[in-house]
Structure formats: structure tokens, C-alpha cells
Ligand binder design. Structure first.
Ligand code: AMP
Length: 307
């Protein structure tokens, strides 16, 4: 039951209409790891940080069963830095700064101890590096899930399309699905993406839930209506961590189980947005997660008599 997680470990500066944070811990792999470690251990992390990434954060991750042998520490450079500003709806944002820093010359090396992993979560990262990781694995994992972002569609589309041919599941948000296909209809966009390589596609729609496409099938998971959303940063990665965490725990890669996995992903994402950075993810217990899953069940459970 092993899971490799690849992605960024970073500092973020976030602005929302309701507040501002200067420098909080972020990064796609950080959020994925915090979420997934609730379901599966070890989480075998592959990433890179600079001399400024806090030791306490590393210690907290390893306390939760995240192995850090695949995380390179560069002594003389700062960590990846991203800054974004959310719009009034908190569903859309503008990237203000992307400073690659250590990421610019990252050459991921998979430790020998990670070989044989059953599941691979390619968190948001340069597509060429996502590909490098897949190529280093001596045995193909049972399921490869990939996340990406508009930024890479703009500067590395060809590489991204190549990685798409190598993965099983793609996770994108609605605007990214539209950007990748030039289709406004998400159903048409999904059809096109499913021809690019992945057999499964998850389209996240922020506070409007997520869609899972496979062949001609489509399944919908709602997002939990929350009174306060402080910071949506990392919600997508946390969703991914919950999704792959559930799959890795159950070892079941069927479409039916993926339906449950996107509910688990939505539940985890609903925690993430309640505080800045990954703070809320560090507070919650297994009991909190179970209670929230119960809320999801109540949210969508209804009887109907068809005549
Ligand atoms: P999400 O809100 O789930 O899309 O993820 C936000 C996280 O992704 C932040 O913590 C950032 O540090 C990280 N991030 C932002 N831009 C990139 C990028 N181009 N590549 C990798 N990670 C990124």
C-alpha cells in the first residue's frame, strides 16, 4: 500500500477579498501529502526545497508518515514561491508571482526505497519533471493520477500533452479543461481530454463540486456548502490527496470506487479552505473526517419514486 507523491513544496502569499497572508507554507505536494497521510502511510514524497523551508514543517510531515528521502534540500537557494489573488467569488484567482527558484534546476531522483510503489500522484509540477518521474519507475504503478495547471498549459503544452498519454487519471479545474480543449461545454471538453490519454477525468468546479468522467459515464460530487471560506489555496491538491489516499487505502481502482474517492477528496478540500495554508489540515482527526463524510452523505441522499 505505497504511494509516491510528486510536486512542489513552497511558500505562498495569498490575497483574498477578506484578508491577506504574507508567506505561508504551500506547494502542491505539501497539500497532497497532508491530505493523503490520513489514509495511507507511508506517503513517499518527491520534491525540492531551498534553505528557507522550515525544519518544523519537515518534522511535522514525517511525524504523519510522509517519507522525505526523495525531497532534495538546496542549501543556497530559496524555495519555490507563488502568490495569488482571489476574486470576490473565491472560485477564480489571478497568479501574481511564480518564482521557480529551486524548481528551475530540479532533477527529481526516485530513491531505491520508493521503487515498486503501487500508486503515483503527480501533483502540479513542470510536465517534463512529471514525465521524468514516470520514466524512473522500474515497475509501472497500478494507477497514475496527474494534476496540472493553466501556467503549464501556457508555457509547456507539448510536454503536458505527452505526459497525458502516460497517465490514467487527470485532475483539472473547469477553466483548465476549457483552456486545454477550446471547448466551453465541459462534456465536450471531457470527450476530447479522454482521447488525449487518461481513461478517467476529474473536473473540479470549486464550490460547485467535481465531475468524474469515464467513457460515457459521468458522476457528480458536491462541495459542502460552507459558511466561511478563508483561503481556497491548495483545495485542488487536498482534493487530489483525499482521492488518491482513499484509492491507495482500499487498493481498488474501479470506477465505482473512484466515485467514493471524489467524495473523500471533496470532504478533505472542505477542511483545507477553512484556514490559511495547510493549517486546518494539521488540526483535523480521523473522527472529524468521518463526521464530514457523513455530512456529504446527508447532503446528497434522497428518495424518489419513479412511476
Ligand atoms: P491549488 O489551489 O490546489 O491549485 O494549489 C495551490 C498550490 O499550488 C500553492 O500552494 C502553490 O504553491 C502551488 N503552485 C502554484 N503554482 C504552481 C505551479 N505553476 N506549479 C506547481 N505548483 C504550483
Amino acid at each position: 500500500m505505497s504511494l509516491i507523491v510528486v510536486g512542489t513544496m513552497a511558500f505562498d502569499a495569498i490575497e483574498t477579498p477578506f484578508g491577506k497572508s504574507d508567506r505561508v507554507i504551500g506547494g502542491s505536494a505539501t497539500y497532497v501529502a497532508y491530505a493523503a497521510a490520513n489514509f495511507v502511510q507511508p506517503v513517499q514524497q518527491v520534491s525540492i526545497v531551498g534553505n528557507d523551508f522550515p525544519q518544523e514543517e519537515m518534522a511535522e510531515l514525517s511525524r504523519r508518515g510522509v517519507e522525505l528521502d526523495g525531497v532534495e534540500v538546496v542549501p543556497d537557494k530559496p524555495s519555490f514561491f507563488w502568490s495569488g489573488r482571489y476574486h470576490m467569488d473565491m472560485n477564480t484567482r489571478d497568479t501574481l508571482v511564480t518564482d521557480l527558484n529551486v524548481l528551475a534546476d530540479f532533477d527529481p531522483q526516485i530513491p531505491e526505497s520508493y521503487q515498486g510503489a503501487e500508486f503515483l500522484m503527480l501533483g502540479n509540477l513542470m510536465p517534463s519533471l512529471q514525465k521524468k518521474v514516470i520514466e524512473q519507475l522500474k515497475e509501472r504503478p497500478r494507477l497514475i493520477v496527474m494534476d496540472t495547471m493553466n501556467f503549464w498549459m501556457e508555457i509547456a503544452l507539448d510536454d503536458l500533452k505527452e505526459v497525458l498519454t502516460m497517465v490514467d487519471v487527470l485532475l483539472v479545474n473547469d477553466s483548465e479543461a476549457r483552456q486545454l480543449t477550446n471547448e466551453f461545454s465541459l462534456v465536450k471538453a471531457a470527450k476530447k481530454i479522454l482521447k488525449m490519454g487518461p481513461k478517467y477525468l476529474i473536473i473540479k468546479k470549486g464550490e460547485h463540486g467535481a465531475l468524474l468522467f469515464h467513457g460515457d459515464n459521468v458522476f457528480f460530487a458536491p462541495a459542502l456548502p460552507l459558511e466561511d471560506v478563508f483561503d481556497p489555496t491548495g483545495a485542488g491538491d487536498t482534493f487530489a490527496g483525499g482521492f488518491i489516499g482513499h484509492i491507495a487505502r482500499t487498493k481498488d481502482i474501479s470506477y465505482e470506487n473512484m466515485k467514493t474517492a471524489i467524495i473523500v477528496g471533496s470532504a478533505m478540500a472542505s477542511f483545507c479552505v477553512e484556514k490559511f495554508g495547510p493549517e486546518r489540515l494539521k488540526e483535523i482527526t480521523r473522527a472529524d473526517i468521518d463526521r464530514r463524510l457523513q455530512q456529504f452523505q446527508e447532503l446528497v441522499n434522497f428518495d424518489i419514486e419513479l412511476v
